[in-house]
Design a protein around this ligand. Structure first.
Ligand code: UT7
Length: 316
């Protein structure tokens, strides 16, 4: 009987401090407006890390919530993968720090670097490890503190990002229709210059217009690939849980899939772009509030620096 990686639980965590667009503009003396930010991106506010918050502390809290939701003890976890572009250290990995923070005491831990697509990449690796029998229970976490790598004088980027973490527990199950159906990863390193972090500490630089121009085409082709690989059509999709960078990109993807607005999970207005954390945060929110049910077909997609992009289909 073939093994499947089933999402047994999920959780999200956002730092306490919330800044509205107006508060942000005022705090950093930016020549911008609430109206511009809302109209161009859909963002109304973002959570920002406090002095003691780190990718480890945010990720560990999201992971605790995901484990509690799954009813699984930390000591049952075989492996941890963290998607992050803002690790606390070059090494040890954020995953190793989180393993210690949770008291897992066994197994393996490593980070994946694929910017905003990081969670899809991490999910793909974890799914492969579970299917091949290398692990039976894994934590897949996206955790980011982009506030530490932003140029707070650059209005074209700093208004777009926020901090936070999301996590899922993947568990091996046999003889089930549920679980990760397939993942589809892409990268085009020749496009590195349109979205990158200078050196290892920043700041982040982005040609937003150019990323925007490529986003819908690349996401659409990854989504088509995911559906075709499973002999499914867009009519089969119950929920789109997209990367949360810009509501205009999210709505365009919803329209391409023919999904009504209430079938697309959106957190960008309240969280802004939390990079690798955005998909698991959105998934956790839509699970906790009862929107996504067991058995629903859930489509995940993301695009980010690299360029990297990808999609995953999950029978919830
Ligand atoms: O998560 C990784 C993937 N990232 C993305 O998917 C981001 C993709 N890009 C975007 O979401 C959008 O391109 C942005 C939200 C970044 C920008 O929206 P846009 O409609 O593409 O605006 P634009 O860059 O063309 O800028 C329009 C104008 C410019 O002024 P001029 O040249 O027309 O005079 C900018 O200088 O808006 C100006 N501008 C601002 N004005 C007020 C740029 N940032 C701001 C700002 N406030 N914060």
């Amino acid at each position: 009987m073939s093994l499947r990686s089933v999402i047994a639980g999920c959780g999200g965590y956002l730092p306490e401090l919330v800044l509205t667009n107006d508060e942000l503009a005022k705090k950093y003396g930016l020549d911008t407006s609430d109206e511009w930010i809302r109209e161009r991106s859909g963002i109304m506010q973002r959570h920002l890390a406090g002095p003691n918050d780190t990718a480890t502390s945010l990720g560990a809290e999201a992971a605790r919530r995901a484990l509690a939701h799954a009813g699984i003890a930390a000591t049952e976890v075989d492996g941890i993968i963290v998607a992050t572009s803002t690790p606390d250290n070059a090494f040890p990995s954020t995953a190793a720090h989180i393993q210690a923070a949770l008291g897992v005491g066994r197994g393996f831990a490593f980070d994946v670097s694929a910017a905003c697509t990081g969670f899809i990449y991490a999910l793909s690796v974890a799914d492969s490890m579970i299917r091949s029998g290398q692990a039976r229970c894994m934590l897949v976490i996206g955790s980011e503190v982009y506030s530490r790598i932003l140029d707070w004088t650059d209005r074209s980027t700093c208004v777009l990002f926020g901090d936070g973490a999301g996590a899922v527990v993947l568990r091996a199950e046999e003889g089930t229709e549920r679980g990760v159906l397939s993942t589809h990863l892409h990268a085009d390193g020749t496009q590195a210059g349109i979205l990158y972090v200078q050196g290892t500490t920043g700041p982040l630089r982005m040609s937003g217009k150019e990323v925007f121009r490529q986003a819908v085409n690349k996401l659409s082709s990854a989504v088509d690939e995911a559906l075709a690989a499973n002999n499914l059509t867009k009519q089969d999709v119950h929920w789109l849980v997209p990367h949360q960078a810009n509501v205009r990109i999210i709505d365009a993807m919803g329209r391409k899939l023919g999904l009504s607005g209430d079938r697309v999970v959106k957190t960008v207005a309240r969280h802004a772009n939390t990079s690798a954390a955005s998909v698991p945060l959105a998934l956790a929110e839509a699970t906790a509030d009862g929107r996504i049910h067991k058995g629903d077909l859930v489509l995940l997609e993301a695009i980010g620096g690299g360029l990297t992009w990808g999609a995953a289909l999950v029978r919830y």
